[in-house]
Design a protein around this ligand. Sequence first.
Ligand SMILES: Cc1ncc(COP(=O)(O)O)c(C=O)c1O
Length: 356
Amino acid sequence: MKLLSLDRNENLYGPAPACLDALRGTGMEELSLYTRNYLHGTKSVLSERLAADTGIPERQILLGNGSEDLLKQAVHCYLRPGATMLLPEHSWWYYHSVAAEVEGISVRYPLRDAGDRYAYDAQPIIDLYDEHAPGVILIASPNNPTGNSIPSETLEEVIHHCTDAVVVLDEAYHGFAGDGHERIVEFVAMHPRVIVLRTFSKFYALAGLRIGYAFVGKGLERLITYSARYLGFNRVSESVALAALDSTAYYSAMARQMEADREEYYRTLAGVPGLTCYRSDANFVLVRYNPGARKEIEATLTSRGIIVKFLSEPGLQDCLRVTLGTPEQNALVLGAFSVSRTARLHTPIAPIPVSP
Ligand SMILES: Cc1ncc(COP(=O)(O)O)c(C=O)c1O
C-alpha cells in the first residue's frame, strides 16, 4: 500500500511548473561558479529580488538554509545562557530545542482556545515580558500546530511594549490565507529589533531546496554580520526560488483551492460527532477528538495508509494535526474520519421502524 504522509506540513500540490523548468535549465554557470553579487555589495539575486518586491533594504534581508537555519542563527545570536525565550504554549517543538542549545530557558505564554480557533492575546505576553525580561520573544503566525495568526494590532502592542527583547515572528506558513501581515514592512522599518522569518518550503512547495529568508530590523547588526556568507548561497536553489516568485498565477490558484480544501474539512468534520476541527490559516488543520476514540481513529487511518501527526504535548493530547493534501487525498482522509468509531460512538442510534 502506498503511504500518504500528512504529518510534516509539506505542500503536496508541488511547485509551479516554472520551478522545474528553472531546474532543468541549470547550467555550468550556476553549478560551477560562485556568485559575483558581492562585487556590487549584495548577497544574491534572490535577496535583491526580495528587496525590490518588498521595499526592505537588501542589507536587512538575510538568506538561510531554510527558515530553521535563520531561527537558529537568531537565537544563537541573541539568547544568552540562563536568559528567557517566550514562546507560545502550543508551538513547533524546535523552538524549545534551539533555546536549550544555548542554555536558554523557555517560558510559554498561553494561547486562547476560542472554540473553533486559537487566538493570540497581547496581555499575557506583556505580563511575562515584565516578569522575565526575555532576550527573545517568539511568535508564530500562522502558528504550528494551532493554525491561527496574530492580528497586526496584537503584534504591534507586543512590539511597542517589549522594546528590549528581540521579537522573532515566524511566518513559515505565510501566504496560505490571503494575508494579514502586509504591515510587516512597516514593522521592520519602525522596530529595530524585529525579525520576520519566511521560507520557500511551505507556500512555494520547495521544502527540498532548503531556502528561507528573514527581514530584520536595523538594530540587529550582529545577526546581519553573523549570517553573511562571503562566497554566496546556493545558486541553483536561488534560480528555482526566483521562478516561484514569478509564478503568481499558479500560487494564487493554489491558495484559493486550499482555502476551499480547508472549508471542506470544517464542513465535513463538523458532521462527525466527537471531533472539533479548528480554523487554520495554514496548510494543515488541528483536530480535537474524543480521547476514547484514539485507537480507532489511528487504526482506521493506518489501515488506509494515511499518516497524520498525533500530538502528545499538554493541552493537546487529544489532538492530531493533518496536513492538507490535494482534494483527492483530502477526500481519503475525510472518508476515514467519517467511518471512524468517533462518529459511531456518538451518533444516536436510529429508532427501528415499527410496522403499522
Ligand atoms: C512553524 C515552523 N517554522 C519553521 C519551519 C521550518 O521550515 P524550513 O526550515 O523548511 O523553512 C517549520 C517546519 O515545519 C515550522 O513548522
